[in-house]
Design a protein around this ligand. Structure first.
Ligand code: T68
Length: 841
C-alpha cells in the first residue's frame, strides 16, 4: 500500500535484492540446484531421487513462502474478520503435487526436473503422507483449507503436530491387522515452518479458587505448565496468490528438566515431568466414532484449544479494539465436539482475565463459536467424567457448572414455563449426565455455546434436529440448526488424482482448468457430449488407463496381478460395523457360491469383477479386525480357484491412505457406500468416486441421497431399508427374532459356507457371525436380499457398455454441487460472516 516506511537502510538496495517467485523453467532449475548445493549440502553427482524430491520441494516451498508472506501481510493491513477452523485432525496427504498444481507451475517443474535427469512421478512417490487424521472428518478439514485459500478467504486452521500420525497397517498372511507407528517426521518435512518464537504456556491441574467478591472470577494456580510451540503449514490457493496458514502446536516442557532433582540423583523424576509434556502431542488417537475417557486425550484437547485461543486473542488485541468486539473479528468453527473446551476457555479469559460480567462474556462467546456435528451414533458422542475434568481443568469444570446454572437454568426456566414439571426434559438437557461418575456432555455444551449448529448432509442435519439435539431445537428455535452438506476439493480429487480426465474435460469444454476447477458447475457442459461416440471412447480409455496405473502399483508393491479388463468395484473407508464392509464381503461369498454352482456355459455370460477393499480398523475394535480377516481369507481362496478366478477376484489393499485413495478412486466402475440408513452422517468418498465417473451403489443415507438428486436416481444403485424403518426393525429383532434360515436363506447359505471352514478356521469368524445372527444392530439380514438385487442390476446395466459410459459422464457432469468451494462459501456467508481478502487489492 506504500503506507509503511522501509524499516532501515536504503529502499533501492532492498528493492533490488528482493526476489520474486521462480516461475520459468530456467529459474526453477536454478533454484532446485541451489537447494541441492546449499540446503541439502550435496553435489550434483551424488543426488538420488530422495534428494531430488527434497530439492524440488524446497524450491516449491520458496514460492509458497513468498505468497504466504504477501497474504498474511494483507490480512494484517486490512484487518478483516477471520475464521478459524479448529480440528484435531487434518488428513493432508502429500503436498508437492498439490502445491505445484495450485501454483500453476507443475509443467515447468516437470520440465526442469526432467532436464536434471529425474522423473517427476518418481519424485512425487518419495513424499510421505501427512496422515494426521483418522478418516472423513480429518480429510474434510483438509479440503476446507484448500477451498478457503482458493476462495481467498481469511481462514486459518489450528491443529496438533502429532509426532506419529495414524498407524501404519500391516496385514499378516492370515489376515491379521498389525499396527506399526507412523514416524512421518523422521525425514525432513519441508512443508512446515517452525515458529519457535510463537509459544504459549498452558496450565493443567492445580487449584481454582473463586474470589467470591460479588464477581464470577476465580484464580487458577499451580499444577503443571507446558509450552505450546507453533509450526506453520502453508496452504496454497488454486490459481491465486492467497496462501493461508495451518498452525499446528507441538508440546514441550516449559524448561528443559528439573536440574535440582537431576543433581540429587532423582533422574526419573527429573525427566518425568518433561516426558509428560512431550507426550501430549506425541500421537494421534486412532479411534474414530468411539469415546474413551482417557486423560491424555483430554489433555490434547485443552492444550490445543487453549494455545489456539491465546493466539487468536493476541492477534485480536493487536488491532486495539475493545474486547467486546471479538465477534466482529473472530469466528471459531468447531470440527465436531473435540475443541468444545474453547467455550469454557474463552469464558475463563473474559471473566477471570478481562474482568467482564458473566452475561457479557457469554454473549461474546455465543456470538463467536459455531459447531459442526459429524455423527449421531451414541457411542461417538463425547462425554468426559466430571472427576477427571475437575482434576485436570478445575477452573473449566467450575465454569461448565456455571454455564449449566446460568445459561441453562435461564433456559430451564423457560422450559419450565413452556413445559411445566417436565423433569425428564431437564435431566435430558443438562450438561451433566447423572451417574457414577457424572459425565460432561460435550455436544450439549457445544450446542448451547454456539451461534449456529450444523450437520453435514440434509438427512444428517434433520437427524441432529430430531434426535440428539431435539430438546434444544424446541427451546432455542429451529433457525440456529441448519445444514452444510459436505464437499471435496476438485483440485486434489480430480485434477491431481486423475490428470487424464482433467485434461479431457478441459479439452472438451474448451475451458482452461483454472476456470472449471473453481466453478465446478461448469462440468454440466459435458452433458451434450454423452451423445458423442468418440468422446465416450476417450472417456472409457481414461478409466482403462487408471485401472492399469493401479494394477502397476499393486504389482510393484504387492507383487499381485490384477485383471484390468474386469469391472472394478471398490469399498475404501474405515472398518466399522455401521459402514457394513461385512455386507460387502458376505455378498462376495454369495457371488462365489453362485458362480461355483454355474455350468461352464453359464459362466461365459458372466462379466468379470474385481472387488477392492481398503481401510484401517481401530486397534481395539475386535469385530472390525475379524472382518479384515474374513476378507483376506476369502481372497486367498477365491483368487486361486480355477473355476472362478477369472470372473471374481478380491483384494484387500493394506495401509489405506490419502495417496492410495488417489490411485484407487479414478479406477472405479462402482463404489460401495452401504451404511445402515441413518448412520453415515455424510460420507465424502462417495463424492470423490462420482466426480471421477464411478457409479454409486449405496443405501439411502448421508450424502448419497443428495448425490442421487444431483446425478439422477437412474444413475445410482440404491437398495435397503430407509431411515424411519431402522428403529422399528431393530425392535422387531429384539422382541420377535426369526431364525436366519427362515428370514434370509441366501445369507444362511453364506454363513454355512463360512462355518464349513471354507475360508479357514470357522471359529475365528464366529463372533462376527454371532453379531449378525443375534441382535443384528446394523440390519445385515434385513438388507442382504435387496443388496444382492442391486448388484445384479449393476451387472445387467454393465452389459450395455455405451449406456454405462453415458451414465458415468452424466454422473461427473452433475457433481458441481459437491465442490468444497460451495461449502466454504456457505460457511463464510451464513455462519462466519467473512469476506474474501485477496492479495494486492
Ligand atoms: C465422519 N466422521 C463421518 N469421525 O462419519 C462421515 N470421530 O459420515 C462424514 O462424511 C465425515 O465425518 C465428514 O463430515 C469421522 O470421520 C472421525 O474420524 C472421528 C475421529 C475421532 C473421534 C470421533
Amino acid at each position: 500500500s506504500g503506507k509503511e516506511k522501509w524499516p532501515r537502510g536504503d529502499e533501492k538496495t532492498w528493492k533490488d535484492a528482493i526476489r520474486g517467485p521462480d516461475t520459468d523453467t530456467t529459474s526453477i532449475t536454478k533454484s532446485v540446484v541451489n537447494h541441492v548445493q546449499t540446503s541439502l549440502a550435496r553435489q550434483a553427482y551424488n543426488l538420488d531421487t530422495s534428494g531430488a524430491y527434497q530439492a524440488a520441494a524446497l524450491s516449491v516451498r520458496d514460492n509458497l513462502i513468498l505468497n504466504w508472506n504477501d497474504t498474511q501481510l494483507q490480512y494484517t493491513r486490512k484487518a478483516p474478520k477471520r475464521a478459524y477452523y479448529l480440528s484435531l485432525e487434518f488428513l493432508m496427504g502429500r503436498t508437492l503435487d498439490n502445491a505445484m498444481l495450485n501454483l500453476g507451475l507443475k509443467d515447468n517443474y516437470k520440465e526442469s526436473v526432467d532436464k536434471l535427469g529425474f522423473n517427476m512421478e518418481d519424485l512425487l512417490e518419495q513424499e510421505r503422507d501427512a496422515a494426521l487424521g483418522n478418516g472423513g472428518l480429518g480429510r474434510l478439514a483438509a479440503c476446507y483449507l484448500d477451498s478457503s485459500a482458493s476462495q481467498e478467504l481469511p481462514v486459518w486452521g489450528y491443529g496438533l503436530r502429532y509426532r506419529y500420525g495414524i498407524f501404519q497397517q500391516l496385514i499378516s498372511p492370515e489376515g491379521q491387522q498389525l499396527e506399526a507407528p507412523d514416524p512421518w517426521l523422521e525425514m525432513q518435512n519441508p512443508w512446515e515452518l517452525p515458529r519457535l518464537d510463537v509459544n504459549y504456556e498452558i496450565r493443567f491441574y492445580g487449584q481454582a479458587e473463586r474470589l467470591n467478591d460479588g464477581t464470577p472470577r476465580a484464580h487458577w494456580t499451580g499444577g503443571q505448565e507446558v509450552l505450546a510451540v507453533a509450526y506453520d503449514v502453508m496452504i496454497p490457493g488454486c490459481y491465486t496468490k492467497s496462501t493461508n496458514n495451518l498452525r499446528l502446536w507441538e508440546s514441550k516442557p516449559k524448561r528443559g528438566f528439573d536440574l535440582n532433582s537431576f543433581n540429587a540423583g532423582n533422574y526419573e523424576g527429573a525427566v518425568g515431568e518433561s516426558n509428560s509434556a512431550f507426550a501430549i502431542t506425541s500421537v494421534l488417537y486412532p479411534n474414530d466414532q468411539t469415546t474413551f475417557g482417557k486423560e491424555l486425550r483430554l489433555k490434547q484437547q485443552y492444550f490445543w484449544t487453549a494455545a489456539s485461543l491465546a493466539d487468536m486473542i493476541r492477534r485480536f488485541k493487536n488491532l486495539g479494539k475493545p474486547i467486546t468486539d471479538i465477534p466482529d473479528y473472530i469466528a471459531i468453527q468447531l470440527n465436531d465436539t473435540h475443541p468444545t473446551l474453547v467455550i469454557p476457555e474463552l469464558m475463563r479469559i473474559l471473566v477471570d482475565e478481562e474482568d467482564l460480567d458473566w452475561d457479557v462474556a457469554w454473549k461474546i462467546t455465543t456470538n463467536t463459536v459455531f459447531y459442526t456435528n459429524h455423527t449421531v451414533l451414541p457411542e461417538a458422542l463425547e462425554k468426559w467424567p466430571v472427576p477427571l475434568m475437575e482434576h485436570l481443568l478445575p477452573r473449566h469444570m467450575q465454569i461448565i457448572f456455571d454455564i449449566n446454572m446460568y445459561a441453562l437454568s435461564h433456559f430451564l426456566q423457560t422450559v419450565e414455563r413452556k413445559f411445566p414439571n417436565d423433569r425428564d426434559r431437564l435431566a435430558r438437557m443438562s450438561l451433566i449426565e447423572e451417574g457414577y461418575p457424572q459425565q460432561v456432555r460435550m455436544a450439549h455444551l457445544a450446542c448451547i455455546g454456539s451461534k449456529k449448529v450444523n450437520g453435514v448432509a440434509e438427512l444428517h442435519s434433520d437427524l441432529v434436529r430430531t434426535t440428539i439435539l431435539k430438546d434444544f431445537v424446541e427451546l432455542e428455535g429451529i433457525s440456529k440448526f441448519s445444514n452444510v452438506t459436505n464437499g471435496i476439493t476438485p483440485r486434489r480429487w480430480l485434477d491431481q488424482c486423475n490428470p487424464e480426465l482433467s485434461a479431457l474435460i478441459s479439452k472438451t469444454l474448451k475451458v482452461d482448468k483454472s476456470v472449471w476447477l473453481k466453478d465446478l458447475d461448469r462440468l454440466e457442459g459435458l452433458l451434450p457430449f454423452t451423445e458423442d461416440a468418440a468422446f465416450r471412447e476417450e472417456w472409457a480409455a481414461v478409466k482403462q488407463h487408471n485401472k492399469e496405473r493401479l494394477a502397476a502399483h499393486v504389482k510393484a508393491t504387492l507383487g499381485l496381478d490384477i485383471n484390468t479388463h474386469a469391472m472394478f468395484d471398490v469399498q475404501i473407508k474405515r472398518l466399522h460395523e455401521y459402514k457394513r464392509q461385512t455386507l460387502n464381503i458376505l455378498g462376495v461369498i454369495h457371488r462365489y457360491i453362485t458362480l461355483k454352482a454355474m455350468s461352464p456355459e453359464e459362466r461365459k455370460k458372466v462379466n468379470p469383477r474385481v472387488v477392492f477393499f481398503a481401510g484401517k480398523a481401530a486397534p481395539g475394535y475386535y469385530i472390525a479386525k475379524i472382518t479384515i480377516r474374513l476378507i483376506v481369507n476369502v481372497a486367498n481362496i477365491i483368487n486361486v480357484d480355477p473355476d472362478t478366478k477369472d470372473l471374481l477376484s478380491l483384494y484387500f489393499l493394506p495401509d489405506y491412505s490419502v495417496s492410495l485413495a488417489e490411485i484407487l478412486i479414478p479406477t472405479s466402475d462402482i463404489s460401495q457406500h452401504i451404511s445402515t440408513a441413518g448412520t453415515e452422517a455424510s460420507g465424502t468418498s462417495n463424492m470423490k468416486f462420482c466426480l471421477n465417473g464411478g457409479l454409486l451403489v449405496g443405501t439411502v443415507d448421508g450424502a448419497n441421497i443428495e448425490i442421487a438428486e444431483s446425478v439422477g436416481e437412474e444413475n445410482v444403485f440404491f437398495f435397503g431399508h430407509l431411515t424411519p424403518a431402522v428403529e422399528d426393525l431393530r425392535h422387531e429383532h429384539r422382541y420377535h427374532p426369526v431364525p436366519l434360515e427362515q428370514k434370509c436363506p441366501a445369507l444362511a447359505r453364506v454363513f454355512e459356507k463360512i462355518s464349513s471352514g471354507a475360508f479357514g478356521d470357522a471359529g475365528v469368524y464366529e463372533p462376527l457371525l454371532a453379531t449378525i445372527r443375534t441382535g443384528d444392530y446394523y440390519l445385515i439380514t434385513e438388507d442382504f436380499d435387496s443388496y444382492i438385487q442391486a448388484l445384479a442390476m449393476v451387472d445387467e446395466a454393465y452389459l450395455d457398455r455405451t449406456e454405462w459410459v453415458k451414465k458415468s459422464i452424466r454422473t461427473t457432469a452433475r457433481m458441481g454441487k459437491f465442490s468444497s468451494d460451495r461449502c466454504i462459501m456457505e460457511y463464510a456467508d451464513s455462519y462466519w460472516n467473512i469476506e474474501p481478502c485477496p492479495v494486492g487489492k
